[in-house]
Design a protein around this ligand. Structure first.
Ligand code: FES
Ligand code: FES
Length: 935
């Protein structure tokens, strides 16, 4: 192999040598996913030209380059690190894992007993968006020679009340009723090894031989008209470019969207673009020609038009419509009303009010969107990263004008999703091109393209008031929120409908009015991002309740405990659960730590010198699992094979949260089979039934229940073959099962048994659709069958001179119903808390600026404090083994708890999020000036 000296080492490793364990997240030295060892030193391979090595001829070079694939042969430390990463659950989506492992190996090679600061330093150049880093740090410390001491040092992140395998129930008492099995066990994730050894296949890691490359031509303007030049002449004059595709080449509907009634986004814009980054055309050709092409040379003329870039501009009565059929630029309105809020606020003893604003937040998945498509006869196959294979199948079928059965979606591993990979990205372009060209076509979004063109968290402007009686009882809340949903609908309706249901928080609020709007602007579409708008609403609501508590002279935690929702009280939609409402237990689990931390902070502040002030804040959260009052089914299929193994058609896409492992644990428990006997068939619309999308914290609850039902049915079917009763034990052997019943054992050979229509000895399929009810015009009804609950306590230090905020510790109590796999649950909590910290303090995307990972900052390892997880298990009556979701729940309370902690430390409220140092400092100065004015 001979590479041009100017080639990036990362590209040569991946494309020329097939070493795809080295990942590319930015091509700019920002993410560290491409880290390799060069003569034993960790370095970003995307920043190194092969000519910088001793020789451009790698296989004869004297410089030694070691990738994740070669770490095992390079260092004995790799084996220890691998085991520790598996045990700690340090790999979630796994896209950062090779970079982490390479960096950790380099560290241990030169320092076999690092302390935590040295580990942080070594890992500081590799970004992880999933884990919150703490489990990675613990794993590296565990792999070091002084691992026992290291583990002890890490125990700030571990609490003696935390569950270990069996758990505590809502009263904090040890569970007595846990059957032996795999549910509740800290088993390593099923796909963990592939993520660690670099063999996992992500969107960019695979394409058929001879695949062409596609690049999208995008609008440089927020709003513009455009006209193409001579496209045929363009192709003819560009050797290596085979074709150009535009809207007229879309065989079916040039329109898609995640919510069918609101679908409005074209594959390629026609005449007019509505946001910077919108696609107008795609060029397809040989990789070299496409890579070398400068998009500004594409023959298109732009006429820039005035753009609506703010909520106020879009709501102006003279504003032009972003979409002709949406009056006032309002996409949808949400509404939940209960009681008489105006009268209750009038009669309240105290009332607090506020206005809060948040900005766009970028998902910053370390894996940019990528995949390939190929035409197979009259079918199209699309392999790419996605959170929603069946939704993608439906939209691609419509775009190509094909029946859904003619489209096959093969999800790859997903290197972080968090909601943004629910929407289509590369898939429609690839499908259109491969369909016409009858050749496979691949594409990988660049980092700027990914940031520019994919969905964001909705910016929000929220006004709210709440009132309480003198005894602290909440009596009313009045909440209004406008969400900037950008140019196209995406998940705007979901946000507008979900937020009013949740804006009360997990509290008893008898009089309530929550009104929301999703507003179109000429900016990038806002979509789903871990919480569907609830994190923004909770920032307002949890600060508001803090202010009410202060006006009442009450402790903020006790105010929340007093008003916490319980099993028998109606929610703001009138739903009464009867059981499984564990929010009070979450708050009570924080009480002793809260008292100690508040006392310590106040003592430190009163005696403190210098500019640092400490603060402690708390916030609560609830979050409905699954779709809002809509059908939300998941189907699981499981079959016993003649070799005695169990095939699980597991179509719940694992985006790092661990659904493949958790669903298998649930199914194994239902059957009474060991995990080692399972063969997983991962999501593939030709092979796995529809498990719905991976969103709304639904997979453990919905797909887990389907897996439990299917497993139970399979167990019954097996027992029927053996003519055994339900209490019998089943052993799964090689090509046989043995059934033990009342002391008798019978072995049944499976080899000669006939197969059923699905190709198994016996099989079962089960569907679960959570019981919900439609909401009436006042938003009353049962929107979700199950909610998850949680409360975070955050300790901060604020520099009053600089406005900088350091988060010192997060204590997170979550009612997860039943922790199917406590390690994975903790991973979700730690990762969610890290994203919540970024949301509170540093993350804001300004369209057109900072479309990279050095201007758009996400938390790095050094930003994340110890996170203490406290798992409460107040079982859901319908979740599998009592389980509820935790994926989105984990992010929601962190930001408001931080903001309340900043107030405790400084006495100032931050109304514009994120609380960057300039904003914090400005509020401190304003408060000081007001204090002087007021004497
Ligand atoms: S791909 Fe090299 S640092 Fe991100
Ligand atoms: S596990 Fe680190 S980015 Fe996903």
């Amino acid at each position: 192999m001979r590479a041009a000296p100017i080639e990036r080492l990362s590209r040569v490793l991946r494309d020329e040598l097939g070493l795809t364990g080295t990942k590319v997240g930015c091509d700019a030295g920002d993410c560290g996913a491409c880290t390799v060892l060069i003569d034993g030193k960790a370095a970003c391979s995307c920043l190194i030209a092969v000519g910088q090595l001793d020789s451009a001829q790698l296989d004869g070079a004297t410089t030694e380059v070691t990738t994740v694939e070669g770490l095992g042969g390079y260092s004995a430390n790799f084996e220890k690190l691998s085991a520790a990463f598996l045990q700690h659950g340090a790999a979630q989506c796994g896209i950062c894992t090779p970079g982490m492992l390479v960096s950790a190996t380099a560290l241990l090679e030169c320092n076999s007993a690092p302390d935590e600061a040295q580990v942080l330093d070594a890992l500081g150049g590799v970004l992880c968006r999933c884990t919150g880093y703490r489990k990675i740090i613990s794993a590296v410390l565990d792999a070091s020679v002084n691992s026992t001491a290291s583990r002890d040092a890490m125990c700030g992140a571990v609490d003696d009340r935390k569950i270990s395998g069996t758990g505590i129930n809502g009263n904090g008492a040890a569970r007595q009723d846990v059957a032996p099995g795999v549910v509740g066990q800290r088993v390593p994730r099923i796909d963990g090894l592939r993520k660690i050894n670099g063999t996992e296949i992500y969107g960019a890691d695979e394409a058929p031989a001879g695949a062409l490359t596609l690049r999208v031509i995008r609008s440089p303007y927020n709003h513009a008209r455009f006209r193409f030049g001579d496209l045929a002449a363009f192709v003819a004059s560009h050797p290596g470019i085979h074709a150009v595709f535009t809207a007229k080449d879309v065989p079916g509907k040039n329109c898609y969207g995640v919510i069918p009634d609101c679908a409005d986004q074209p594959v390629f814009a026609e005449i007019e673009v509505r946001f910077r980054g919108e696609a107008v055309a795609a060029i397809v050709g040989e990789a070299d020609a496409i890579d070398a092409f400068e998009p500004s040379n594409f023959p298109v003329e732009w006429e820039e038009l005035p753009a609506l870039t703010t909520i106020d501009a879009a709501l102006d009565e003279d504003a032009p419509r972003v979409h002709a059929n949406r009056a006032g630029n309002v996409l949808v309105r949400g509404r939940v009303v209960r009681g008489d809020v105006d009268a209750a606020l009038r009669d309240a003893d105290v009332v607090a009010s506020l206005e809060v604003e948040t900005g766009f937040v970028e998902h910053a998945c370390i894996e940019p969107e990528a995949g390939f498509a190929r035409r197979v006869g009259d079918r199209i196959e699309v392999q790419s990263c996605t959170q929603a294979p069946y939704m993608a199948r439906k939209d691609i079928a419509a775009i190509l004008g094909l029946p859904e059965g003619s489209v096959r979606i093969l999800p790859t591993a997903v290197g972080g999703g968090f909601g943004t990979k629910l929407d289509l990205s590369v898939q429609p372009f690839l499908a259109v091109a491969a369909w016409h060209l009858r050749r496979p076509v691949r594409m990988i979004y660049s980092r700027p393209e990914s940031i520019m063109a994919t969905t964001k968290r909705h910016p929000a402007r929220i006004r709210a008031r709440a009132g309480a009686k003198r005894d602290g009882t909440l009596v009313a809340m009045d909440f209004q929120a406008d969400f900037n949903t950008g140019a196209y609908a995406s998940w705007g309706p979901t946000v507008a409908y979900r937020v009013p249901i949740h804006a009360s928080g997990p509290y008893k609020v008898p009089n309530y009015r929550a009104l929301t709007r999703a507003i179109h602007t000429h900016l990038v579409p806002a979509g789903a991002f871990r919480g569907f708008g609830v994190p923004q609403g909770t920032i307002a609501q949890e600060q508001l309740y803090d202010e009410l508590a202060e006006k009442l002279g009450m402790d903020p935690l006790e105010f929340r405990i007093l008003n916490a929702l319980d099993d028998e009280s109606p929610t703001v939609t009138g739903q009464i659960f009867g059981s499984g409402v564990g929010i009070r237990e979450c708050f009570e689990a924080l009480r002793s730590k809260w008292i100690a931390a508040r006392a310590y902070a106040e003592a430190a502040n009163s005696s403190g010198k210098g500019s640092l002030r400490r603060g402690v804040g708390v916030a609560g959260m609830w979050y409905g699992c699954g779709n809002t009052s809509l059908p939300n089914p998941s189907t699981m299929r499981v079959g016993l094979k003649r070799d005695g193994r169990i095939a699980l058609h597991q179509g719940a896409v694992d985006i790092g949260q661990g659904s493949a492992t958790v669903v298998t644990q649930i199914c194994a428990e239902a059957i009474g089979a060991p995990l080692e006997k399972f063969d997983l068939l991962p999501a593939d619309t030709d092979v796995t039934p529809d498990c719905g999308k991976t969103s709304a914290s639904r997979q453990t609850f919905v797909s887990g229940t389907a897996a439990s039902l299917a497993g139970t049915e399979l167990r019954k079917a097996i027992l029927r073959i053996a003519d055994a009763c339900e209490c019998a034990q089943i052993e799964f052997g090689d090509g046989a099962i043995t059934v033990e019943e009342r002391g008798e054992r019978r072995t049944i050979s499976l080899c000669d048994l006939s197969l059923d229509a699905r190709g198994y000895v016996v099989s079962a399929e089960a569907t679960f659709d959570p019981p919900t009810s439609p909401l009436n015009s006042d938003g009353q009804g049962n929107p979700y069958a199950v909610y998850g609950f949680g409360a975070h306590m955050v300790e901060v230090s604020v520099d009053m001179e600089l406005g900088t905020v350091q988060v010192l510790k997060i204590t997170a109590a979550h009612d997860v119903g039943r922790a199917i796999n406590p390690t994975l649950v903790e991973g979700q909590i730690e990762g969610g808390a890290a994203q919540g910290l970024g949301f509170a303090l540093m993350e804001e995307f300004f369209p057109g600026k900072g479309e990279n990972l050095h201007d758009y900052l996400i938390p790095s390892a050094g930003d994340i404090p110890p996170v203490e997880s406290i798992l409460i298990e107040d079982p859901s009556p319908i979740g599998p083994f009592g389980a509820k979701g935790v994926g989105e729940q984990a992010l929601i309370p962190t930001a408001p708890a931080i903001l309340n902690a900043i107030y405790h430390a400084t006495g100032v409220r931050i109304r514009r999020i994120p609380a960057t140092p300039d904003r914090v400092r400005a509020e401190i100065l304003a408060a000081a000036a007001a204090g002087v004015r007021n004497g």
